[in-house]
Design a protein around this ligand. Structure first.
Ligand code: C5P
Length: 403
């Protein structure tokens, strides 16, 4: 975990959004970070020292001239003894002080003294955020190398007004902190990847559809792992209940034809990983109205037509990505079928898995796969779907590097 034992100096300044900073403290600590809080005088009007201190399990610093801390020049130690300074919420006042180099309280003095990355999550009334003085200060801070997360559009906590000024949500702030402190190598930086995930739904009429069993867990995990390695990822997802992975461009589709169109529109790319359980057939003529039950007990018959094979289309496309990877979910003769699929679909690798009901792979958290290339079969042990994703991305990076 990126934040394990990382020291985050959290400056809480005085805005109503300070209530969200309590949750922010928890989210940071859940990820292993040590949170050292500083509160401005105005912040104490919105949240209590006791609440912040208890959640952080750390002393809350407030005074520039503290008898306890000044023996070793407390503000300099605070500014130096951390991995990142996070200001959440950042008020217009504190931004103005920092942009102009003012240092008349502990928060502003620490901001002037620190050499660590500074991340600000501004929160203020939309009228204030759009004021030219605030824009000027924000631009100056950007030039000075300060990072920003938000503010977002939406309702203000004080009610009534909507506009840009809401503080970013705690989890989005945490994601930004993680991105700034992430020193992991990025072997796929500058590479574009397209991933398909989830099932497709093929409508019979406006209320009924046929579909495959697929939760999207493996495809979404691969999209997230590709982003972690620095790739620019487009995820084309069928209907799933999963949240969109962070940092991924997600295109939501229902039908196979929509999925194909979204994938082709996302080319060119360096990598394509087709994980979706695409329905092989769709209903030839779907009804615009709900098909009624007939009084005499006769049942409708459905005629099917073949869906486009997205993997095969991409595998033989003039803009074919350098690396095309397919999945083969089989219930029998897994490896033989996967090898045949490799050639038929023009893929470089097929990730084969046994989805017989007794394996529990469909909809489960674990997976056991074999990686099939033209000249080898590599059987991986039983792993979590996240581990399969990480390993696959390592393999992708090796293949693209020509290893
Ligand atoms: O032929 P089969 O459905 O077993 O092939 C599975 C692989 O092909 C998966 O990678 C799946 O995402 C892809 N596929 C596709 N379009 C289809 C059917 C399968 O992209 N219509």
């Amino acid at each position: 975990m990126i934040l394990t034992d990382k020291r985050i100096l959290l400056i809480i300044s005085g805005g109503i959004a300070a209530y969200k900073s309590l949750d922010l403290v928890r989210r940071l600590r859940e990820r292993g970070a040590v949170v050292i809080p500083i509160m401005t005088k105005a912040a104490e009007e919105f949240v209590t020292l006791l609440a912040v201190g208890a959640l952080a399990a750390h002393k809350v610093h407030t005074d520039l001239f503290s008898r306890d801390d000044e023996v070793d020049v407390g503000h300099i130690r605070l500014a130096r003894d951390c991995d990142l300074v996070l200001v959440a919420p950042a008020t217009a006042d504190l931004m103005a002080k920092m942009a102009n180099g003012l240092a008349n309280d502990l928060a502003s003095t620490v901001l002037l003294a620190t050499e660590r990355p500074v991340l600000m999550a501004p929160a203020m009334n939309p009228k204030m955020w759009s004021n030219p003085a605030v824009s000027r200060n924000a631009s100056q801070l950007l030039i000075d190398g300060v990072h920003f997360v938000g503010p977002m559009r939406g309702e203000m906590a004080e009610g009534g007004e909507a506009g840009t000024g809401r503080m970013a949500e705690p989890l989005d702030i945490v994601a930004e902190v993680e991105a700034l402190l992430d020193t992991a190598p990025k072997p796929l930086a500058g590479k574009r990847a397209i991933v398909t995930s989830g099932p497709t739904h093929e409508p019979i009429d406006p209320v009924r559809y046929i579909a495959n069993r697929s939760s999207g867990t493996q495809g979404h995990a691969i999209a997230a792992a590709l982003v972690k390695s620095g790739a620019d990822v487009t995820l084309v997802s069928g209907p799933v209940t999963l949240a969109d992975p962070r940092g991924v461009k997600v295109i939501h589709v229902e039908r196979a034809e929509e999925m194909r169109d979204a994938v082709l529109a996302s080319l060119p790319a360096d990598i394509a990983v087709m994980v979706a359980a695409v329905a092989d057939w769709r209903v030839a003529t779907r009804s615009d109205e709900k098909i009624k039950k007939s009084a005499d007990g006769s049942v409708p018959s459905l005629e099917f037509t073949e869906n486009p094979d997205i993997l095969k289309t991409v595998g033989h496309h003039e803009k074919r990505p350098k690396l095309v990877i397919g999945f083969a979910a089989e219930t029998n003769d897994v490896e033989t079928n996967a090898t045949a699929k490799l050639n038929r679909k023009g893929a470089d690798l097929i990730v084969a898995n046994d989805v017989s009901p007794e394996t529990g792979i469909m909809g489960g958290k674990r997976n056991r796969v074999a990686i099939i290339s033209r000249d080898s079969v590599d059987r991986w042990p039983d792993l979590s779907k996240d581990e399969v994703a990480d390993r696959l991305v390592t393999l992708i990076a090796e293949k693209l590097a020509g290893a």
